[in-house]
Write a protein that binds this ligand. Structure first.
Ligand SMILES: *[C@@H]1O[C@H](CO)[C@@H](O)[C@H](O)[C@H]1NC(C)=O
Ligand SMILES: *[C@@H]1O[C@H](CO)[C@@H](O)[C@H](O)[C@H]1NC(C)=O
Ligand SMILES: *[C@@H]1O[C@H](CO)[C@@H](O)[C@H](O)[C@H]1NC(C)=O
Ligand SMILES: *[C@@H]1O[C@H](CO)[C@@H](O)[C@H](O)[C@H]1NC(C)=O
Ligand SMILES: *[C@@H]1O[C@H](CO)[C@@H](O)[C@H](O)[C@H]1NC(C)=O
Ligand SMILES: *[C@@H]1O[C@H](CO)[C@@H](O)[C@H](O)[C@H]1NC(C)=O
Ligand SMILES: *[C@@H]1O[C@H](CO)[C@@H](O)[C@H](O)[C@H]1NC(C)=O
Length: 459
């Protein structure tokens, strides 16, 4: 009786454990260990019963038009959610309730028109938010509040005219390093707000292909970013355009053609810190080396100052001309580098007219010439060979062999260098009497100090 009951109960229990009844894989989806793929399966809404253990859910390329409240509440482990290429135009309040494990949310290529305050409530672990290629015209001021783990946010290819820059601060978004607002409809931003963004955000702020109106405050902002060589500007230099008087037909690439802004006085308040370019130079001792001071400043009327590890501050007027020279173009030349010239050289280029300065750091390492290091090795080798030969001669050809061979063989050790000054005469005769034989063996100085007296005493 009992065994037959078990026969029935075990498989049932097992199947319940492995596939709890409400967590089966929906027929239109592909379920693997922790990934659930329901892309391109004609879904019009998120399936109600999805396996709770999934970490990744892909419902992209469907016909979903909105996300209802607590759409993912059973999926407590969900970290990656792909809902791109749907028809979503709105998110219900609490759409992501109980989905606070989310780290990656892709809502790109949908029909969102507004990013409302409640959309991303509770997603404090979210690191990447993809909202590009929607129809967004407005981002509500607190929409990103609470996304304190956010690292990257993509808003490009929308219709945004204003963005709540003031809501992004060091303390609210300490990890945000990429904010993509390119290809939107921004005309004139509140540059004071943009300037107040944390440095990390400014460095990763993409604003190209908007509809900025050419003016001095806009140009001043980008001018400073260009000076600091932000990648966002370098990578899209040609896409940074502005419209003269707001007329889209009079569009100029302002990073390429700055003539229009010649009359602007750029605001110095944000002019620092300026780029530090860092490089490394290796030089052999005795050789001359030129350290150039090419910085982001391009004016022809710059003055230069170097800080060197061995000489301190070096300027045109204060220079020890026998050792180093400083050219008008800022290049510092060391005529014959010495090992203790190694270290960090910092050049500061100062544009007095524009009240700007920029620095360049060069880490100089002076190496001993190769020939010399070869010689050292060669000398060592030769010393060893000579020593071995001398020891052999000493052991087998010494005239006063009888007295010496009673001693245990001295702890012979090949030496590092054969240097006559360091060599000693080994006592050969008894009672510390020195033999007048000319044979000698070189030992390293420390060994002499340790062993010398002992032998003298014993022999
Ligand atoms: C969702 O979270 C609420 C509290 O925010 C809790 O009361 C509820 O039980 C949770 N639901 C699930 C399915 O975990
Ligand atoms: C610039 O933005 C428009 C839409 O505003 C978009 O169609 C176009 O592809 C963008 N161009 C580039 C080079 O990103
Ligand atoms: C710059 O100033 C000069 C002289 O004041 C003026 O002739 C010129 O039109 C101005 N350029 C622009 C682009 O405003
Ligand atoms: C600066 O001038 C010196 C001497 O005229 C020249 O040797 C050096 O190559 C120049 N440096 C740069 C970066 O042009
Ligand atoms: C650098 O080394 C030389 C000898 O090689 C020595 O005369 C000189 O005083 C040293 N300079 C410094 C700053 O240590
Ligand atoms: C560079 O600029 C900063 C800030 O204005 C200033 O404190 C510093 O003294 C300047 N350095 C030089 C060498 O002019
Ligand atoms: C300069 O280079 C040396 C040798 O590679 C390295 O030990 C040192 O840390 C470097 N100094 C700086 C400031 O990077």
């Amino acid at each position: 009786m009992i065994p037959s009951l078990n026969l029935i109960a075990v498989p049932v229990l097992l199947s319940l454990l492995l596939h709890p009844s409400d967590e089966t894989c929906p027929s239109m989806c592909l379920c693997t260990s922790d990934t659930l793929s329901c892309s391109s399966s004609g879904l019009t809404k998120i399936p109600k019963l999805l396996p709770s253990f999934s970490i990744t859910l892909d419902v992209s390329h469907n016909q979903i038009s909105w996300l209802g409240p607590a759409s993912f509440s059973k999926m407590w482990g969900l970290e990656n959610l792909w809902i791109s290429h749907n028809q979503i135009s709105d998110l219900a309040s609490g759409a992501f309730q109980n989905a606070s494990s989310l780290r990656y949310l892709d809502l790109s290529s949908n029909k969102l028109q507004k990013v409302e305050q409640h959309y991303f409530e509770g997603l404090w672990r979210l690191e990447e938010l993809l909202l590009f290629n929607n129809k967004i015209t407005q981002v509500e001021s607190n929409a990103l509040l609470g996304l304190s783990s956010l690292k990257k946010a993509y808003f490009s290819l929308n219709l945004i005219t204003h963005f709540p820059f003031f809501s992004i601060q060091d303390r609210s978004h300490p990890f945000l390093s990429m904010l993509d607002l390119s290809s939107n409809r921004m005309t004139n931003l509140l540059w004071q707000d943009v300037k107040a963004l944390p440095g990390l955000v400014q460095r990763g702020l993409y604003l190209h292909n908007n509809s900025f109106i050419c003016d001095c405050s806009m140009y001043s902002m980008f001018w400073h970013w260009a000076l600091r060589e932000y990648d966002t500007l370098k990578d899209f230099a040609d896409e940074h355009t502005c419209n003269i008087n707001g007329d889209p037909r009079a569009s100029i690439r302002f990073l390429r053609h700055s003539r229009f802004f010649n009359n602007c006085t750029v605001d110095r308040a944000v002019s620092l810190p300026v780029t530090v370019r860092f490089s490394r130079v290796l030089v052999w001792e005795g050789q001359s080396v030129q350290l150039d001071c090419q910085t982001s400043l391009s004016s022809t009327n710059l003055s230069f100052m170097w800080l060197s590890p061995s000489q301190g501050y070096i300027t045109q007027s204060k220079i020890d001309s026998t050792l180093m020279s400083l050219f008008a173009n800022g290049t510092l030349e060391i005529q014959a580098a010495k090992v203790n010239d190694s270290g960090l050289y910092v050049c500061t280029a100062v544009d007095i007219k524009e009240a700007l300065n920029a620095t360049r750091e060069i880490n100089v390492t002076v190496l001993l010439p190769e020939a010399e290091s070869f010689n050292t090795g060669y000398t060592t080798l030769l010393g060893c060979v000579v020593t071995m030969v001398l020891i052999l001669i000493y052991l087998y050809l010494t005239p006063c062999r009888c007295s010496c061979c009673k001693q245990p063989a001295p702890p012979v050790m090949p030496i590092a260098a054969y240097e006559p000054e360091n060599s000693i005469f080994l006592p050969c005769a008894q009672d510390g009497q020195k033999s007048n034989s000319n044979k000698h063996v070189a030992f390293m100085q420390p060994m002499l100090n340790e062993q010398g007296p002992e032998w003298t005493h014993e022999s």
